[in-house]
Design a protein. Structure first.
Length: 286
């Protein structure tokens, strides 16, 4: 039985440009492992390096130094063959912030079929995958619609379906709910949670939204290109002052309880959701 992590990052460094034209380091000596089937949220302020990490994992960028292994394959190997790249593309997919960046066809089902077609999947299997992917994201009734006529949240779910149809073992979501309204964000987060919990897909979400990060198994905070916090949501969000020093917020309920404790209240510091907060207050008044 192979117990190696699904993603392994070793001594990873990245800066834009090369030689004398190289900019200041964006990522500095990153070491990180992600277990198969886990749900990891990566947080950081703008320019911290979190989105660059996502691009490195998806081979959009290449590191200055260091090594990234995905499902046992070294994606930083300069001698990687085209066959190896295709195999890695089968293992890991990425959903971007703006769904319009990923929608390429004029009909929803054709758009979802685009990825599998590029992988050389046979037509009968593509049909099955498209139907299953649309069902997974709750968009099967829109199969013959035009993507540009859909709402932002619906478009994002179609973009996710296009990745699902490629049947990856891992999906990276790069600020995938940032442009959506609250209803759209909830729809996409429900889809992400279902993919992870019911289908066993490894999920890494890059986000500014603290309310979304509380649902992860693990939260990683990057500041100035370095990992500064790594733990469960309760462990990480318990460091309210430290997160504030990094220019980050915490979930609203966590912030409320933190402020109340500054006023000499005796409340738990690891409350993350509205339900948890309501339960704590209910116990106090009953």
């Amino acid at each position: 039985m192979n117990n190696d992590p699904f993603i392994k990052i070793e001594n990873l460094n990245f800066a834009y440009g090369s030689g004398d034209e190289m900019s200041r380091p964006i990522l500095k000596n990153i070491n990180l492992t992600v277990e198969k089937g886990s749900f990891v949220a990566v947080l950081g302020h703008n320019g911290s390096g979190k989105s660059t990490l996502a691009k490195l994992l998806n081979m959009i960028e290449s590191p200055v130094s260091g090594k990234i292994t995905i499902a046992g394959m070294d994606i930083t190997d300069p001698e990687m063959t085209e066959e190896m790249m295709i195999e890695i593309r089968r293992k890991i997919g990425m959903v971007f912030q703006d769904p319009d960046d990923q929608l390429v066809a004029t009909i929803v089902e054709e758009d979802v079929a685009f990825g599998p077609e590029n992988l050389g999947i046979e037509p009968k299997e593509i049909r099955r995958r498209v139907d299953e992917a649309l069902k997974t994201v709750g968009m099967e009734q829109y199969a013959t619609h035009a993507p540009h006529q859909l709402s932002g949240g619906q478009k994002q779910r179609i973009a996710i379906a296009g990745i699902i149809a490629m049947m990856p073992e891992c999906i990276i979501f790069d600020e995938s709910t940032a442009m959506l309204d609250p209803t759209g964000r909830k729809d996409v987060m429900d889809t992400i949670l279902r993919l992870n919990k019911e289908h066993g897909i490894t999920v890494m979400t890059i986000t500014h939204n603290m309310e979304e990060a509380v649902y992860a198994d693990r939260v990683i905070v990057i500041n100035e290109g370095e990992i500064v916090l790594d733990g469960t949501p309760k462990e990480v969000f318990g460091n309210v002052e430290k997160l504030h020093s990094f220019g980050l917020d915490v979930p609203q309920v966590t912030e409320l309880f933190y402020e109340l404790n500054l006023s000499k209240c005796r409340l738990p510091s690891d409350v993350l959701t509205e339900k948890e907060g309501a339960d704590v207050i209910a116990r106090m008044v009953l």
